[in-house]
Design a protein around this ligand. Structure first.
Ligand SMILES: [Zn+2]
Length: 285
């Protein structure tokens, strides 16, 4: 059962009120740590590759790695392409064996966003892959958006409804006040907006910018019907902090690279287990 598409991995999220974490990886150790965490907790899991990771690994290499790891466990694992701004890359990832892709044309006009998304959805259907799109703008902290303009970038509920009707996408990322990267101040999530979108849009909803969101806000998002929560930045920090720390504590005479890297698996596993419990996806397979 192990290697599945996004629709399958999110199947029970709405009726059982939990969200599945989508965790970005950057190497072998963190993928293994993410999947180990889910396996220990009997949780469905999504591992997500960014475009920069695709450039670093190659699509086929990623599919081989993740499929191999997924086949060794008894939980559903979905391999997802995160934030692809390219329609062609989405198609290539689907052909290579990704179970899910995100076409992110949210920076384009509303019409072009629909156009790109429909093209990817039609292609994905032929392969049994799932598609996520984004409407509104989930900013990055580096964006330096002035507060008065933040509201205008949030997802408009009726636009989201029309977008879904036009695209029939499997999952939709909505902008409700979170941002990518680390927060300088605590994010202010617009739960009312989320609730309105939830009532209008029947597909799965996705929260981006999960790093630094307080647990109580995650839980409220899940209660409001959020099905997928993305966590990237936090795990990057765990990975690099662990390597730096291991370099400091392991003897300089040690030449087994695994002595430096194996702790990454454990530390990522611990971080991911905490998130799985917060999102309520433990024992949900
Ligand atoms: Zn994102």
């Amino acid at each position: 059962m192990s290697y599945v598409n996004l629709k399958e991995v999110l199947r029970n999220t709405k009726n059982q009120k939990f969200a599945v974490g989508a965790f970005n990886f950057n190497g072998y150790e963190d993928v293994q740590g993410i999947v180990n965490a889910a396996s220990h907790l009997n949780a469905p899991i999504i591992v997500a590759a960014s475009m920069s990771v695709v450039r670093y690994f190659g699509l086929k290499q990623i599919v081989g790695l993740v499929r191999g790891i997924a086949e060794a466990v008894d939980i559903p694992v979905c391999l997802h392409l995160d934030h692809s701004t390219s329609v062609d890359l989405c198609k290539e990832a689907i052909v290579a064996g990704f179970g899910s892709v995100m076409i992110d044309a949210s920076a384009k006009s509303y019409e072009d966003n629909i156009h790109d998304t429909v093209e990817v959805v039609q292609f994905a259907r032929k392969y049994g892959a799932s598609v996520e799109a984004e409407i509104g703008h989930v900013g990055g902290v580096e964006d330096n958006i002035v507060v008065s303009k933040e509201d205008a970038l949030l997802t408009n509920p009726s636009d989201a409804q029309k977008f879904y009707e036009a695209t029939k996408v499997d999952a939709l990322a909505v902008a409700i006040g979170t941002a990518h990267g680390f927060y300088k101040k605590e994010p202010k999530i617009d739960f009312e907006r989320l609730q309105t979108i939830r009532n209008l849009v029947p597909c799965h909803l996705v929260l981006h910018g999960g790093t630094g969101v307080p647990d109580k806000d995650f839980k409220r998002c899940v209660d409001c019907g959020m099905s997928k929560i993305n966590v990237g930045t936090e795990l990057k920090k765990v990975y690099t902090d662990t390597i730096r720390n291991q370099c400091a504590v392991v003897s300089r005479q040690e030449i087994d690279p695994k002595k430096l890297t194996k702790q990454v698996k454990t530390n990522i596993e611990d971080a991911v287990m905490k998130k799985i419990i917060t999102f309520g996806s433990d024992d949900k397979i």
